[in-house]
Ligand binder design. Structure first.
Ligand code: ADP
Ligand code: MG
Length: 611
């Protein structure tokens, strides 16, 4: 060392290995989930048939992986913590045909630099096992120990010696979600390996190994274990090949759609990769089969010559690049579309909201318009105007109004009323099952039914959360919800608030929740899925906008339960919606700030007609 310093006059020095490892750790180890990924990949590389992931405090306190794989000799148990120590690659040639998941030989060294690691390992052929402890990169002398064949690596107090990184970690729920995502991806890729996940002594997953012959039955078995029988039943088989690329796997039926991308998985040559670009190709195959903002479920395995693909753009962010990106996009989209078509799920229905009987004016290039007049009031007994008979529109809105109203109504001059209740007697139409249109003395009012309903539900939810008065609509048949691991965690966290909103629900063991009652203003038919929907929406919001718990819950409920665009409303429903909207504190915008009402005054109309 002294010699080296003497020999050079320069200021460049080789870093001590411990420091190099700590820096490298910044790339490899970002959060508890990265530790879990590296350890599980090592277990898979060691040929394990059974892998258990044990976590405490969302991995902050402990990430441990126990496997029944090859195990290590005493010498290797020491060596494996050295940087670039790997048994998996020795030459440049090897790089070309990597079969194993890990090969850089830097994972264990990096992890050990920023945590307290305890390794226990034994090869079947050895009489005794070896125990090694590493504390912040310092390897203690190995000791013999009794262990079953295989390896256990326990990583405690991640980032204990790097406070900045430690404080960078997100909430427990978020870190746990990353851990579950990682676990799911690895378990999907290896359906024949048994996997378990234990968090704070609760068993979250116990996945039995697939024993069925063949790729598809095995993958379906694993999807069943991870996501439940409902998912496993609603899968469409995808299989296609070209000279460049092949794809195999499952895409979910459209009903299986989710609010987020957490149930989408790509694997390239057996390795999980992220690709927004490819996910877009799959989404494109569904076309309008999926509502806006919905994501399909899929688990797709691409296989191609490794020379055409670069999965190592970054050591941890496995964003993938192909040499023919757009070719892969087109191939994937048509493969999925063909699969959906074969399952007769391709889009072939008319746009929502169109119905015979409603008049439709369609012009080349213009969207079809259906304008459906309804009874003037629910109680007036005035006959509905026959559909398909558009009213002669004249300049004076009150004149238009009079055409639709029973004489008795006409006597109450709408001009004399305050804005707040003017809509009560006014005629209402539904335009394209999206807008409610009404006429007031001041002009034409166009109300976005969905935005309006969101506003109403949102304010109502806030009131319930604040006042804690739980109105519940009891279900005749309690619904059992099989939550994902993340949802179950979230459910625990939110339960007291969910109760205030009107959910009468209870954890039933594992990830099953029994729902006995739901908030009273849910859409008919959605009682069963309301809780899952709400939890998904809550997570979606949490990942995208920063809202406090109360605001997020109220918004989530509003978003999930509001009437959809495309839903026909009966006259009394439209009327109730407008009553509720005008009773709101802020009727003019939905919770996201988008307008609920557009007014067209006679002046506005004059201007548009160029008068
Ligand atoms: P890499 O996986 O890139 O080789 P790691 O730092 O993850 O690098 O692991 C270093 C070496 O330690 C591996 O090459 C392997 O020989 C050994 N090893 C690590 N984990 C295990 C395990 N669970 N079972 C057997 N050997 C292991
Ligand atoms: Mg490795």
């Amino acid at each position: 060392m002294a010699e080296e310093a003497h020999e050079t006059e320069g200021i460049i020095r080789r870093m001590p290995e411990a420091l190099a490892n700590k820096i490298a750790a910044g790339e490899v180890v970002q959060r508890p989930a990265s530790v879990a990924k590296e350890l599980i990949e090592n277990a898979l590389d060691a040929g394990a048939e059974e892998i258990t992931l044990i976590l405490k405090q969302s991995g902050r306190a402990l990430v441990q992986v126990v496997d029944d794989g090859s195990g290590m000799s005493r010498a290797d148990a020491m060596a494996c913590f050295k940087r670039h120590a790997t048994s998996k690659i020795q030459s440049i040639d090897d790089l070309e045909r990597i079969q194993t998941l890990g090969f850089r030989g830097e994972a264990l060294a990096s992890i050990a630099a920023v945590a307290q690691v305890a390794l226990k390992t034994r090869r079947v052929e050895d009489a005794a096992g070896t125990r090694v402890r590493v504390d912040g990169g310092t390897v203690a002398a190995p000791a013999p120990c009794a262990v079953p064949g295989g390896t256990s690596v326990a990583v405690r107090n991640l980032f204990y010696n790097v406070p900045a990184r430690r404080s960078f970690l997100k909430t427990d729920a978020t870190e746990f979600k990353h851990l579950v995502d990682t676990f799911q991806q690895l378990a999907l890729a290896e359906p024949r390996v048994a996997f378990s996940l234990v968090h704070n002594d609760n068993e979250v997953f116990r996945l039995s190994p697939a024993r069925a012959e063949g790729f598809f039955p095995a993958l379906r078995h694993r999807i069943d274990g991870l996501f439940g029988a409902d998912h496993a039943r609603r899968l469409v088989q995808v299989e296609d090949a070209s000279s460049y690329l092949s794809v195999q796997g499952f895409a979910g039926e459209p009903e299986l759609h989710r609010r987020g991308r957490d149930e989408q998985s790509f694997f390239v040559n057996g390795r999980h990769v992220e690709s927004g670009y490819l996910a877009h190709a799959v989404r494109a195959a569904y076309e309008e089969l999926l509502p806006e903002g919905a994501f399909p479920f899929f688990a797709l395995f691409l296989v191609l010559d490794p020379r055409h693909v670069d999965v190592n753009v970054h050591p941890t962010k496995a964003e993938v690049k192909f040499d023919d990106q757009s070719g892969v996009y087109g191939f994937l989209r048509s493969a999925v579309r063909r699969a959906l078509r074969a399952a007769s799920l391709t889009p072939q229905f008319a746009p929502a909201g169109e119905e015979q009987g409603a008049s439709a004016f369609t012009q080349a290039g213009a969207a079809p318009v259906s304008f459906q007049p309804v009874e003037a009031t629910a109680t007036s007994g005035a006959p509905a105007r026959p559909a398909g008979d558009p009213a002669p529109v004249e300049g004076d809105p009150t004149h238009v109004r009079s055409l639709y109203e029973a004489p008795v109504e006409e006597q109450e001059a709408p001009a004399a009323r305050g804005e707040g209740d003017a809509h009560e007697a006014a005629p209402l139409w539904q335009l394209q099952a999206r807008y409610v249109v009404t006429v007031q003395a001041e002009g034409l009012l166009v109300i976005d039914q969905r935005a309006a309903h969101r506003r109403v539900l949102y304010e109502r939810a806030l009131r319930r959360l604040d006042q804690g008065m739980a109105e519940t609509q009891q279900l005749l048949f309690p619904h059992t919800a099989d939550l994902s691991a993340t949802e179950a965690e979230l459910f625990e966290e939110l339960q007291p608030h969910l109760r205030k909103l009107g959910f009468d629900a209870e954890r039933f063991g594992g990830r099953t929740v029994v729902v006995r009652g739901v908030p009273p203003d849910l859409r008919v038919g959605e009682e069963g899925t309301a809780l899952e929907g709400l939890l998904q929406q809550y997570q979606e919001h949490r990942d995208t906008v920063s809202l406090d718990l109360r605001e997020n819950l109220a918004r989530s409920l509003a978003v999930r339960s509001a009437v959809r665009a495309g839903q026909r409303l009966r006259p009394e429903e439209m009327r109730a919606l407008l009553d509720d909207l005008f009773a709101c504190e802020k009727p003019s915008a939905d919770p996201q700030g988008r307008p609920t009402i557009i007014r067209l005054s006679p002046d506005d109309l004059d201007e548009r007609f160029g008068r």
